[in-house]
Design a protein around this ligand. Structure first.
Ligand SMILES: C[S@@+](CC[C@H](N)C(=O)[O-])C[C@H]1O[C@@H](n2cnc3c(N)ncnc32)[C@H](O)[C@@H]1O
Length: 280
């Protein structure tokens, strides 16, 4: 192993087919024929990390090491995200979803607003929502809670650490940046950490969106499931949207990514605006 010399590998058709089936089986991420170069590039990264020479050797390693499957899903999935991404959803929360659902909950005798961020990646999305909910509910004597889940333990650990480079915080208003983040100095220059009070309000846990049962006891007022469905095939998307609908309160909202679409999918939700659906 000490003589390991890395040489970039291009995945062969048989290995690609094998990897793609395995990834689908474990995450339902649907790798099309056009993803060969992307998968090659990402596997090469893993070859370097594990000091394995060829992709067929890596497949043997994968089959012999149970824990490696999670690393494979990790390198294949895309974690791109940033604070207040797709701002239209946050605007809709402010003008419609929050006032409506706050009233609805109060009329039901409730005192709690529950939100699920269902593919939370490195935490940018749930912390953006935590800032919004904290600002909205601050003088209202009302509890709120955010569950944030992802399939990848590696990305969840990053999210819990809550340190972000400033380029991912460009959409955060300066006053909110001051209120909710600690600025890094010295070696941490250019990075910001979410303050403890806000970190405590978000509960992170691992969850595969396609698992048969979700572990939540109570339905949610809002679910953000953005920029993950794009990796699933139609049948999987349909299964997922119906599963998510079942754990929304009546009148609750599902937000999906603006590049995603539920056209052609059977589901019980009403389309309210682009990428916004409501349970009726
Ligand atoms: C592109 S990020 C989206 C982040 C955020 N929702 C946003 O819109 O900015 C997609 C995330 O989905 C996660 N993911 C992929 N397949 C999943 C699955 N089957 N169950 C749960 N999360 C999954 C990935 O690990 C990744 O962090």
């Amino acid at each position: 192993m000490s003589n390991y010399e890395y040489k970039a590998q291009i995945i062969d058709a048989k290995s690609y087919d094998y990897i793609r089936k395995l990834v689908y089986q474990h995450s339902r991420i649907n790798l099309g024929d056009d993803k060969l170069d992307l998968v090659s590039a990402r596997l090469n990264k893993r070859l370097r990390e594990t000091k394995i020479l060829t992709i067929p050797d890596y497949i043997d390693y994968l089959n012999a090491n149970e824990g490696e499957m999670e690393n494979l899903i990790d390198i294949i999935s895309t974690n791109h995200t940033f604070f207040f991404r797709e701002i239209q959803h946050f605007e809709f929360m402010q003008t419609h979803a929050l006032p409506e659902l706050h009233n609805y909950a109060k009329n039901q005798g409730g005192s709690e607003f529950r939100l699920w961020c269902a593919a939370s990646s490195s935490g940018d999305e749930p912390y953006s929502l935590a800032i919004q909910l904290q600002e909205y509910f601050k003088n209202k004597n009302f509890n709120w809670d955010i569950q944030a889940t992802d399939i990848s333990n590696r990305i969840l650990a990053k999210a819990q650490n809550a340190v972000f480079p400033e380029e991912r915080l460009k959409e955060v208003r300066p006053d909110l940046l001051r209120s909710y983040f600690q600025k890094g100095f010295g070696a941490q220059e250019g990075f910001y950490r979410v303050k403890e009070e806000l970190r405590q309000k978000v509960t992170f846990s691992r969850l595969n969106l396609l698992q048969p049962q979700y572990p939540f006891q109570k339905p949610f007022h809002v679910i953000f499931c953005r920029n993950v469905m794009i990796y699933f095939d139609r049948q999987t998307q349909e299964e997922l949207v119906n599963h998510l609908s079942n754990i929304l309160v009546p009148g609750g909202y599902l937000m999906i990514g603006h590049s995603e679409s539920l056209t052609g999918i059977k589901h019980p939700l009403k389309s309210v605006k682009p990428a916004i659906y409501q349970k009726i």
